[in-house]
Write a protein that binds this ligand. Structure first.
Ligand SMILES: *Cc1c(COP(=O)(O)O)cnc(C)c1O
Length: 239
């Protein structure tokens, strides 16, 4: 990065971050909550470590990466002391071993095979890894996640692995300009979240409902999200 582009990117982040905190507060209030009730995860794919560290120094406490290789390349350069790292992208079972112990949470659990491997490596590393079950809420082809019809059975099976803990749900709804449609998807997610919690299953707690990205986070919060994952809204458009 040139000195100039670094300064520009810092400035972009600072302006965006301030505005986003206000937007989070406004949306949280609409759903009877406060800004602090909503966790802001910075989705940092393509963002250089120096910029991520600036975000961390500015108050970002949760960082999400999509790709194992990119995460490993940046990891040693990041301010890790007070930062909670999540993995949010599609995860191949053969790469699980590289991230366990470094991340607290895999948000993109979408198969039993993956649950088994996360648990196996976590046990070996003497940690318990939090997982969110990714729900393919629009039942879209070629998209990761468990379709709603299979969600309860999936959780009932995944929860049996001893070194993972099912801590909530994550979703990326179908792209839509229609806020009514988006609201309907988010509402359905919220209802699954409530219904699953009500079952009081061992090793399952619905603490995190991760939904909402740069284009729809305010709607997501208004419909019950307590974790939003923002990339471009914070750091500017990706190349
Ligand atoms: C990239 C990404 C985000 C953030 O996307 P933006 O639209 O840039 O906010 C959130 N969640 C996941 C899983 C992502 O891959």
């Amino acid at each position: 990065m040139t000195e100039n582009s670094f300064t520009d990117r810092i400035k972009t982040f600072d302006e965006n971050y301030k505005r986003i905190l206000e937007q989070i507060s406004a949306s949280a209030e609409k759903s009877g909550r406060r800004c602090e009730d909503i966790k802001l995860l910075a989705a940092t794919k393509t963002v250089p470590a120096e910029i991520i560290n600036h975000a961390i120094d500015s108050g970002i406490s949760c960082v999400g990466e999509n790709r194992v290789q990119e995460f490993m390349d940046k990891y040693e350069s990041l301010n890790r002391e007070n930062t909670d790292f999540h993995f949010i992208g599609r995860l191949q079972t053969n790469k699980v071993k590289y991230i366990i112990g470094k991340i607290s949470t895999v948000e993109s659990l979408d198969s039993i095979k993956l649950a088994k491997e996360i648990s196996r490596i976590s046990e070996r590393e003497n940690v318990v890894t939090e997982v969110l079950v990714e729900v393919n809420i629009g039942s879209e082809e070629n998209k990761g996640g468990i379709i709603p019809e299979k969600l309860f059975d999936f959780i009932d099976e995944a929860r049996l692995f001893p070194s993972i803990h099912v801590n909530g749900l994550m979703a990326i709804p179908p792209v839509s300009e229609d806020s009514g449609k988006l609201s309907a998807y988010f509402n359905r997610m919220k209802q699954y979240y409530i219904d699953i919690e009500a079952k009081k299953l061992d090793n399952v707690n619905m603490n995190v409902l991760s939904m909402g990205m740069s284009d729809d986070f305010q709607i997501a919060i208004e419909h019950g999200s307590n974790m939003i994952r923002l990339g471009s809204a914070l750091f500017g458009r990706r190349n």
